[in-house]
Design a protein around this ligand. Sequence first.
Ligand SMILES: [Zn+2]
Length: 69
Amino acid sequence: MGIVKLIIIVLIVWLGFSIWRKLRQVKNNDIAQPSTRKMLSCSVCKMHIPESEAIIPNGKAFCSTKCLG
Ligand SMILES: [Zn+2]
């Protein structure tokens, strides 16, 4: 009949696909972790800058001392 062969092939394909999907998810998580830093937009020029690079003197974010001054 060959139906057993077909089921085995489908199982192998499904297994391979689920392993590939799992590996891809792990990879995506690895990439997502360092880039989870918060982005802020400059109060003056509206440019988006990471929180670590922003100048926040009194609650407002600025991209550089140029916009701050
Ligand atoms: Zn700016």
